[in-house]
Design a protein around this ligand. Structure first.
Ligand code: GLN
Length: 471
């Protein structure tokens, strides 16, 4: 038995039965990281020593001695946290993000920080200042993004689970590209405080795991309001594992026709439809539905998110965080220019310019305000469809993992990669990516399940039913 291949559930059972010890497990991960990471570039900082020092055989938490990896946007006290940007290289936060504290409180231990697109802006992890993460299923392909390091680390058994963030698809898409499970939660379900912001009205925090069961287990550890996040309201936290084995007989599952258009590769569509067939055999009622506003999703997202990015990036001025990059500035203005000019990569500059433009006097009404109005229409689309069905099923991405470099010179092609994950993110809804087989080229495909706000329990129930029946 290779200890690093076990799910969180299996690890906990093994610890309980004393089949193996936490130290043996950490050693297995350390070996696997040493062997596999040079080719994959999932970890950008290994903290195996930290993991070892955190082992506590008497720990009782729901994640006691479970080794995890954190996307490098999670603030970790005294441990470098860079958002994979040159502007933050060397930055060691003075505190842990509350969500990290919650994971530690439940006994999780830290194997390291994993790669992401710079400030989570991207769909391939290619904009990282640490270089691209490769896909474990095919080293010529991207792992997806922005949580590419998180997805690859789970898929390659370099951690038991990892944490990521999803603003427009960044947990679900890399999970689908690598063949791991990824849960994007309802906006506000998990506190964002201390997690470096991209677009504050969209950012969510969630786990990437080997199984849907594990996704429920981790969510139970991190969900709930927090005094440091005023956007995480005090909504009751469900017992995510409690209902996970419920029958899905009679569950109404909608297939939004806009998510199965010609732009979806036939192989992807075929795998997703096979998964839908499995759900049908489990007793779900399948129905075609329509989300007519889908086509505006990418346009709305690329007004709202860069606007918020441009505002969030203003704090990185070379004074407060990270290294001083500009030499001998003549005045403060030049100091900012040099630091920001050297510190941000090309995609960040593009987003800052787009966002600043969209928010400028005279353009605000035409772009930002208009986009907010269409955002409302997209939300209404989902509200209406959830009167007809309980859950939506669709592909996560129109295509499987693409070749490294294939889209990096074409920002619009890269932006369109998230066409099927952006609309539900705009509406603040939860979404789950579950592996549903491979293309004929052997690349993983993800089934996307979406449901109303705060209904993660239902989503996990359906995902788990699929996983159990499909295996
Ligand atoms: N790929 C999308 C973007 O580049 C989504 C990123 C994300 O969810 N963090 O903005």
């Amino acid at each position: 038995m290779e200890l690093n291949t076990l799910s969180v559930k299996e690890l906990l059972e093994g610890y309980q039965a004393k089949t193996f010890s936490p130290l043996e497990v950490v050693d297995a991960y350390a070996d696997a990281i040493k062997q596999e990471n040079p080719a994959l570039n999932a970890y950008i900082l290994e903290t195996v020593d930290v993991a070892k020092s955190q082992i506590d055989e008497s720990a009782q938490g729901s994640l006691a001695n479970v080794p995890m990896a954190l996307k490098d946007v999670f603030s970790t006290e005294g441990i470098e946290t860079t958002a994979c940007s040159n502007i933050l290289k060397g930055f060691k936060p003075p505190y842990n993000a509350p969500v990290v504290d919650r994971l530690y409180d439940q006994g999780a231990i830290l194997l390291g920080k994993v790669n992401t697109d710079e400030f989570t802006c991207g769909a391939s992890s290619e904009t990282s200042a640490f270089g691209v993460t490769k896909n474990p299923a095919n080293l010529e392909c991207v792992a997806g993004g922005s949580s590419g390091g998180s997805a690859a680390a789970v898929a390659a058994n370099l951690c038991a689970f990892s944490m990521g963030t999803d603003t427009g698809g960044s947990i679900r898409q890399p999970a689908s590209f690598c063949g791991s499970v990824g849960l994007k939660v309802t906006y506000g379900r998990v506190p964002r405080s201390g997690v470096i912001s991209m677009a504050s009205s969209l950012d969510t925090v969630g786990a990437l795991t080997k199984t849907v069961y594990d996704a429920a287990l981790v969510l139970g550890a991190i969900a709930g309001s927090h005094r440091l996040d005023t956007t995480a309201p005090n909504v009751k936290v469900d017992a995510y594992l409690g209902g996970i084995n419920n029958s899905i007989k009679g569950m109404r599952i909608g297939l939004p026709k806009e998510y199965f258009s010609e732009s979806v590769e036939p192989d992807v569509r075929a795998r997703v439809m096979e998964a839908v067939e499995v759900l049908k055999n489990e007793g779900a009622i399948i129905k075609e539905v329509s989300l007519p506003m889908t086509k505006y999703g990418v346009a709305v997202y690329y007004i709202i998110s860069p606007s918020e990015v441009s505002s969030n990036m203003a704090r990185f001025d070379g004074v407060r965080y990270g290294p001083r990059l500009g030499e001998d500035p003549q005045d403060l203005y030049e100091f900012y220019l040099k630091n920001r000019g050297k510190g941000f990569g090309p995609e960040m500059k593009r987003r800052i310019m787009m966002g600043t433009y969209a928010l400028s006097a005279g353009y605000y009404d035409a772009y930002y305000l208009k986009a907010q109005k269409v955002r409302t229409l997209i939300c209404q689309d989902f509200e209406q469809v959830f009167e007809e069905v309980d859950v939506l099923a669709a592909p996560v991405s129109p295509f499987p993992a693409f070749k490294i470099g294939a889209k990096s010179d074409d920002p619009v092609a890269m932006y369109n990669a998230d066409a099927l994950t952006i609309p539900s993110a705009i509406a603040g809804l939860p979404g789950l990516s579950v592996p549903c087989g491979n293309t004929t080229d052997g690349l993983p495909v993800g089934l996307q399940l979406m449901s109303p706000q705060w209904s993660e329990a239902k989503l996990l129930n359906v995902g788990h039913a699929y996983e159990m029946a499909g295996r």
